[in-house]
Each structure stands twice: as structure tokens, then as C-alpha cells.
Design a protein around this ligand. Structure first.
Ligand code: NAI
Length: 304
């Protein structure tokens, strides 16, 4: 007897899913859906992205099987339900729900939403995994703003439980109900916003912590190490804000701040002087051996 979650949970009515963009996020989101019993089309314009996506997913799932966390037959069934290709139309015709996970460029996304609006059935819900753009901006490119919302997964999507469900100005209650139920059926925790704001919840809170950490450091109130230590030992964060930024890349933090500034025009949103200087010097974090900290070959670190 099959034991896929599909047997117990399809209250959302979402059986066929189209995921567009097979990069870091889209590939794992597609597999989350396939593991939850959905038929999934994963589409990317770059064949190389799809080859990489399949290789990475096979390696990740092999490791789950080795650790006894996933049965071989469930893995094989999930791969059998996952169809990879470059033809957007192939997965569009039957899709109950689309998850867009292409590059974070508004022009690319709005063009794609306009096309998805033309080629998917009228009932299909269109969602975006964008980290920053609000759904209303994408909905404006379609004739179905009531069936557009964001489903914001976290990296790595196969592991992280949180999915922010973000309504746009015109998103209907029925769309939100379906999106929330579907998220639960994936084994994730839907976190519903009452109304849209760029960056949503978790990343905005994280960014506020980072900004305050930089403010304290640049003001000479404490060392990097003291600030990181306070976050770990008092707030229970697994890593301090500087340690985390070294891991995710100072360039990413710089781009996020610059994009936010472009949107708001608020000088408080500009990258800080110390972040600017490090990025200009090519000190991008662990990947370059130096960011906020300097990393030795044995993994030990000291403030840079
Ligand atoms: P990525 O750069 O790893 O992958 C993007 C993929 O989209 C590439 O494979 C590219 O070939 C493909 N693509 C570009 N234009 C396309 C089009 N028109 N049609 C089909 N495929 C297209 O990017 P990543 O990191 O997976 O991010 C994707 C989205 O997820 C972005 O909106 C990002 O903001 C969001 N996101 C990223 C997170 C992260 O930690 N990387 C976390 C949560 C959301």
C-alpha cells in the first residue's frame, strides 16, 4: 500500500504543481512537493540548471535514505512524479498551482507572470517565492490578481519548516485558504501575513537585528565577538549576526541593502560604512576567507 502523504491530505485540491526556476530554491521546493505526493513539473530556461538540480537532489535524497529517514521506494516514487524540462507550456496546462522561483529581477518575474496568466487554466493559483517583491507587483501583470500570492520558502527548502504566505491587495480569501492548506500538506508551517510588505516577516526581523548589530559595532559600543556572543547566549540565536553574514556572504547583504534603498530612498537602508568597505575590498565572508572575521585554515576565526 502506498504511504505517500497524498493519501491523507489533499484538502487544498492541489495535485499538479508547476515550479519555474530550478536553482537553489526551485529545485528543492519541487522535491518537497514531489515527496508530498504531487505531480511536479520543474522548468528552467537553462538545461545546465536542471542537470545540476537533479544531481543535487539525488545526492540529498541518497543521504536521507542512508540515514534511514526516507524509504527507497518513497524516494523513487518522488523522482517518478518529478518532471524536469525547459518547456514552460508542458507543465502549465494541468497546473493547479504555480510556484515561481526564478532570478530575483522584477522585469523577469512580471514578464513570466504575464505569460503564466496566458498559458495556465483560469483556476490556477500563481505564487512567487520572491524574497522581497510583494505579490501585488506580480499580480498587476495578470488578469487574475485574486489568485496571486507569495509562498516564501526558506533555504534549504527541503529542511526549513517556515513558509510565509503573503496576500496581495487583491488576493481572495479562497486563494489564501488553498495556499495555506497546501503548505500544511507539504509538511511545512504556513506563516500568514495580514497584509503585504516587502521582505515579509522573518528576513525583516533578521535585517533589523543585523542593522542594530552594525550600529553597536560602528558606534564602538562592543566588539564583533561580544555582539555575536550576546545574540547566541541571551537571545538563543544559533549564530551571531556577523557570524551568519560571513556564512551567507557580505555581498548578498550588500545587494539586499542596496535593493531596499532603491525601493525606499531612505538613507538608513544604505549599506553601512563597514559593510561597504569590506565588500569593496573583496572580503565577502567565509567564501573568501575573510569578512567580518578572518578565518584560518583550521576553521578558527578572529575579528578581521
Ligand atoms: P538561483 O539563481 O539559484 O536560480 C534561479 C534559476 O532561475 C536559475 O536556474 C535560472 O536559470 C532560472 N531562470 C531565470 N529566468 C528564468 C525564466 N524566465 N524561466 C525559467 N527559469 C529561469 O536563485 P535562487 O536562490 O534559487 O532564488 C530564486 C528565487 O527564490 C528568488 O526570487 C529569490 O529571491 C528567492 N529566494 C531565495 C532564497 C535563497 O536563500 N537563495 C531564499 C528564499 C527565496
Amino acid at each position: 500500500m502506498s504511504t505517500t502523504p497524498l493519501d491523507s491530505a489533499t484538502a487544498s485540491g492541489v495535485h499538479d504543481v508547476l515550479v519555474v526556476g530550478g536553482g537553489a530554491m526551485g529545485s528543492q521546493i519541487a522535491m518537497v512537493c514531489a515527496l508530498a505526493g504531487r505531480t511536479v513539473h520543474l522548468v528552467d530556461t537553462e538545461p545546465a540548471s536542471l542537470v545540476r538540480a537533479e544531481g543535487q537532489l539525488r545526492a540529498r535524497l541518497a543521504s536521507r535514505v542512508e540515514k534511514g529517514r526516507l524509504r527507497t521506494e518513497d524516494r523513487d516514487a518522488a523522482f517518478a512524479r518529478l518532471h524536469l524540462g525547459t518547456d514552460l507550456e508542458a507543465g502549465a496546462g494541468r497546473a493547479d498551482l504555480v510556484i515561481e522561483a526564478v532570478v530575483e529581477k522584477i522585469d523577469v518575474k512580471t514578464e513570466l507572470f504575464a505569460r503564466l496568466d496566458r498559458i495556465t487554466p483560469e483556476r490556477t493559483i500563481l505564487t512567487s517565492n520572491s524574497s522581497s517583491f510583494v505579490p501585488s507587483r506580480l499580480a498587476a501583470a495578470t488578469r487574475r490578481p485574486d489568485r496571486v500570492c507569495n509562498l516564501h520558502f526558506f533555504n534549504p527548502a527541503l529542511v526549513m519548516a517556515c513558509v510565509e504566505v503573503v496576500p496581495g491587495e487583491a488576493t481572495s480569501p479562497a486563494t489564501l485558504e488553498t495556499a495555506t492548506a497546501f503548505t500544511r500538506e507539504l509538511g511545512k508551517e504556513p506563516v500568514l501575513l495580514s497584509r503585504e510588505i516587502n521582505g515579509f516577516l522573518a528576513n525583516r526581523i533578521l535585517n533589523a537585528v543585523r542593522d542594530e548589530a552594525v550600529h553597536l559595532y560602528e558606534g564602538g559600543y562592543a566588539s564583533l565577538e561580544a555582539i555575536d556572543l550576546a545574540c547566541r547566549t541571551a537571545l538563543g540565536h544559533p549564530q551571531g549576526p556577523f557570524e551568519l553574514q560571513d556564512l551567507t556572504g557580505l555581498d548578498i547583504a550588500w545587494f539586499t541593502k542596496t535593493a531596499r534603498y532603491a525601493e525606499t530612498g531612505d538613507p538608513a537602508d544604505l549599506p553601512s560604512t563597514s559593510l561597504d568597505a569590506r565588500v569593496a575590498a573583496g572580503h565577502l565572508g567565509r567564501k573568501t576567507g575573510r569578512g567580518w572575521y578572518q578565518y584560518a585554515a583550521d576553521g578558527t576565526k578572529q575579528p578581521a
